[in-house]
Design a protein around this ligand. Structure first.
Ligand code: FCB
Length: 438
């Protein structure tokens, strides 16, 4: 059973999360091409070569989608602004794009939903990608301009603002592992992106403070890194992964430093003068967002270049993504992050959820259990004193799951990609019963 609203602290915020490229439809409303459109158009990058041209057609169906958020009993909606919709070439404003988000935010307020904005959830304008994207320091300055444009228009009605969604995915997954746009496998590109994405965050926070914007944060993703065995080599492999994935961004934001285990491999490739940026990167924020899905087991991979690690399949039940279901990891991260890094800073779980091979009208009990287990984990962290303020389910709708295309279904609401019809799943109804105010 999903624990009810009344078992959480007074004022705890429950929300649903989405992201622009995954739902809106990038072919509508004067949106420019992003590096996700070009990445998807290149054979071999995305399952069935699917892209976000139509996605869930949220650009036209947003009213219905906000009605679904409200009818579920959520308090808040986490959404993102597409840079390539607001500035199709990365710099020139598309008034139609800003108008869309203006209507969307008003639509949230009209339904009593708190708008939680994420400025960047991965749709980098292709024109900026052509100039080197996150390898290029200039992109950070352009992001500052984009931030200011969005905040001048929407800022008076937002509950919170996150600068960047999941810098690890923006940098490491996309420039070292090559799995997301721009699909590079290059340690020098990765080191630059690892730093520049944080610099972009710092510049954006500074620009927003200058405008008087409040409740500023960033959303980081965490993936429990466990050694595949008790050997010293496997433990070291897991510690290195933990440093790259879980500590690089967190320590930069909270302590103005990068962890030594990660710098060991990245320092030779870092952009000149990076240390001078650490004060800007580590300036005060007002809250931290935590995305958590799973854990990974790592072993030492002899004869490979740094970080000399390999993934090992774990024994736990897995979601449609092949991700192990490990709710304990959420509790561990929340308590560890508060204890070692953030102290009393407000935390939000900004994403947690699971993909399942759902079919319209069939029950999805595994998702209900998943939500219940992760709500319970959050409650244990709260009981241990963690200042957790809210929990957002990923995602409201089945949507474009990046390199996995449309096959992986994370939604509380089923989407028929032929008709674009929305159909709430059993987990949607179970969650809305838990969120009902008695
Ligand atoms: C996160 C992303 C989100 C979604 C989920 C499943 O890494 O932020 O867009 O794809 O994973």
């Amino acid at each position: 059973m999903i624990p009810p609203r009344a078992s959480f602290p007074e004022g705890f915020v429950f929300g649903a999360a989405t992201a622009a490229y995954q739902i809106e439809g990038s072919s509508f409303g004067g949106c420019g091409p992003s590096h996700w459109d070009t990445f998807a158009a290149t054979p071999g990058n995305v399952v069935r070569a699917e892209g976000g041209a139509v996605a869930c057609d949220h650009y036209h169906r947003w009213r219905e989608d906000l009605d679904l958020v409200r009818a579920a009993g959520f308090d808040a909606y986490r959404f993102s602004t597409s840079w390539s919709r607001v500035m199709p070439d990365g710099v020139t404003i598309n008034p139609e794009g800003l108008d869309f988000y203006d209507r969307l935010v008003d639509g949230m307020l009209a339904r009593g939903l708190q708008p939680f904005l994420t400025l960047y959830h991965w749709d980098l304008p292709a024109a900026l990608s052509d100039l080197g994207g996150w390898r290029n320091r200039d992109t950070c300055l352009r992001f500052g301009d984009f931030t200011e444009t969005v905040i001048r228009r929407l800022g008076d009605r937002l509950a919170t603002v996150a600068t960047i969604n999941e810098p690890w995915c923006v940098a490491w997954l996309s420039h070292f592992l090559g799995a997301h746009a721009p699909g590079l496998r290059d340690i020098r590109a990765a080191a630059r992106a690892m730093h520049h994405i944080l610099l972009a965050h710092g510049i954006a926070v500074e620009r927003m403070r200058g405008l008087g914007q409040t409740d500023l944060g960033i959303v980081l993703n965490f993936d429990h890194a466990a050694p595949a065995s008790d050997s010293a080599e496997d433990k070291a492999a897991a510690a290195t992964q933990d440093a790259i994935f879980n500590r690089w961004f967190l320590e930069a934001i909270c302590h103005r430093r990068y962890p030594a285990e990660a710098l060991a491999g990245l320092e030779p490739h870092m952009p000149a003068g990076w240390r001078d940026d650490m004060a800007l990167i580590g300036q005060k924020i007002d809250w931290l967002g935590i995305n958590y899905y799973t854990r990974h087991l790592y072993r030492h991979a002899p004869g490979t270049a740094w970080p000399s690690c390999a993934d090992v399949a774990g024994p736990l039940p897995k979601t449609q993504m092949g991700w192990e279901i490990y709710p304990e990891g959420l509790e561990q991260f929340l308590t560890r992050i508060a204890r070692d890094h953030t102290g009393d800073l407000p935390l939000y779980v900004t994403e947690n959820g699971m993909a399942n091979d759902d079919h319209a009208g069939q029950p999805d009990p595994v998702r209900e259990d998943f939500i219940a287990a992760h709500f319970n984990a959050a409650q244990r962290a709260i009981a241990a004193g963690v200042n957790l303020r809210g929990f957002f389910y990923w995602s409201l709708l089945d949507n474009y799951e990046w390199a996995e295309g449309y096959q992986k279904r994370f939604g509380l609401v089923h989407v028929d990609y032929e008709t674009l019809e929305r159909l709430p799943k059993a987990s949607y109804h179970a969650l809305s019963r838990a969120l009902a105010r008695n």
